[in-house]
Design a protein around this ligand. Structure first.
Ligand SMILES: *Cc1c(COP(=O)(O)O)cnc(C)c1O
Length: 418
């Protein structure tokens, strides 16, 4: 589709008033180098060829678009389709921009990758592409997060990354961001900062949009092939915003397609109990860009609550802030409780395990479908698969026998160590 200027940033990286490049002076040359590299890569047939090859043979694209016949019949309204990014390599959509950025890093002659990770999913995808493309990988992680997400730390190390726990501040994601930025400033000549969503200083939001937009392009062509129509609704969960931008981008200028982003409603509507930036967030500049942020009364970034690690973030990508104010995308939220219910519903009716993040989108589809007629079509972007959430499901959904298993396993583990 020919791209009009409507939802593109200006030359300084602003979408309306949001976005921009609020970075320390020492990083400006690196951001400019990255922007130039990105602009030239998009026009280079060799680069596009290498990207397409990796999308097909490493990531496993195209991912399927699957009609959920059982669930749609049961709800008795619109047809629901699932775009299954959970079947992409490493189990989620994050691999799309990780592969893209690693190819840009290679093109710039960088040998070293710096990243931060909260729950570890971005660190895992980053570690994977670093192993494949022969880059030295350094992942910063808040010490508290590293403790909570031990399995992901284990896999990152197995993939050859150095995982550096950060012991300052609250020992969480924002402390890891600061530590990773400090590393990048120190090593900026040979390092690329591999940023994990459609956010950060310009040009990162555009770079990640470019590598994620394949998701929406596939949705369009697959739906046309399967039922000869465009969707009436496209729904996606929104943390930083990359899987949602990926799913929405192709349809931004198709006014008949309604777009819905679903934020983390957490434990409830009070500030401090959720991560829904459009419910109580205020405009601010943090982490290099201007957007909506959940802040306390002193303007400090608010701690957030969500059952899903990937949506547990106080800021939101600047294009989402713009799309929100323009009214082009509607934003709703789903609570932890609704999300657990939706995971079960999808599993039982369709045999598909959803990530907790993606299930926020499912909640909205399950609310919406019965209110629509049978000739309407909803596409939900399933950003990731559910296996990674085993321990959270295990605790919430079951069962004393799962607990007993964990305890027995821990005992056996201890014994085998001696
Ligand atoms: C990280 C993650 C998200 C949130 O990131 P976005 O940039 O908002 O897409 C959503 N789903 C899954 C499965 C994730 O791992």
């Amino acid at each position: 589709m020919a791209e009009s200027k409507k939802y593109q940033p200006d030359q300084y990286g602003y979408y309306g008033e949001y976005g921009g490049r609020y970075a320390p002076e020492v990083l400006i040359p690196a951001l400019e180098e990255l922007e130039e590299c990105f602009e030239s890569a998009k026009k280079d047939p060799e680069f596009i060829k290498e990207l397409k090859e990796a999308q097909k043979n490493y990531i496993g694209r195209p991912t399927p678009l699957c009609y959920l016949e059982n669930l749609s019949d049961k709800l008795g309204g619109a047809k629901i389709y699932l775009k299954n990014e959970g079947l992409a390599h490493t189990g989620a959509h994050k691999i799309n921009h990780c592969v893209g950025q690693i190819l840009l890093a290679k093109r710039m002659g960088k040998k070293r990758i710096v990243a931060e990770t909260g729950a570890g999913q971005h660190g895992l995808a980053t570690s994977s592409v670093c192993a494949r493309y022969g880059m030295d990988c350094h992942v910063y992680m808040g010490a508290r997060d590293a403790d909570r997400q031990r399995p992901n730390v284990f896999w990152m190390e197995t993939l050859g990354a150095e995982v550096i726990p950060v012991h300052h501040g609250g020992k969480r994601l924002k402390d890891a961001v600061n530590a990773a930025l400090k590393d990048w400033i120190t090593n900026v000549r040979d390092s690329h900062y591999l940023l994990g969503s459609c956010l950060g200083p310009h040009p990162f939001p555009e770079i990640n949009r470019y590598f994620q937009k394949v998701v929406g392009e596939e949705i369009k062509s697959q739906l046309v092939e399967q039922q000869r129509t465009l969707p009436d609704y496209v729904i996606a969960c929104v943390g930083g915003g990359s899987n949602a931008i990926g799913a929405f981008n192709e349809f931004l200028e198709e006014e008949s397609v309604q777009l819905i982003g679903v934020e983390a409603g957490g434990q409830g509507p009070e500030v401090g109990q959720h991560a829904a930036r459009f419910q109580g967030g205020r405009v601010g500049v943090v982490e290099g860009y201007k957007s909506y942020w959940l802040q306390d009364e002193h303007g400090q970034v608010q701690d957030t609550v969500s059952i899903s690690a990937g949506l547990d973030y106080a800021g939101i990508g600047p294009l989402h802030a713009f799309l929100h104010d323009q009214g082009r995308v509607k934003y709703t939220s789903a609570t932890d409780k609704e999300v657990l219910e939706a995971v079960k519903t999808l599993a039982e009716n369709e045999g598909i395990l959803s990530a907790l993040e993606s299930a926020h989108g499912l909640v909205e589809a399950i609310r919406l479908a019965p209110t629509l007629s049978k000739d309407k079509t909803i596409v939900v972007n399933l950003s990731g698969r559910g296996e990674k959430d085993l321990f959270i499901f295990g605790r919430h959904l079951s069962s004393s026998s799962f607990r007993e298993f964990i305890e027995r396993y821990a005992e056996e583990f201890k014994e085998s160590d001696n």
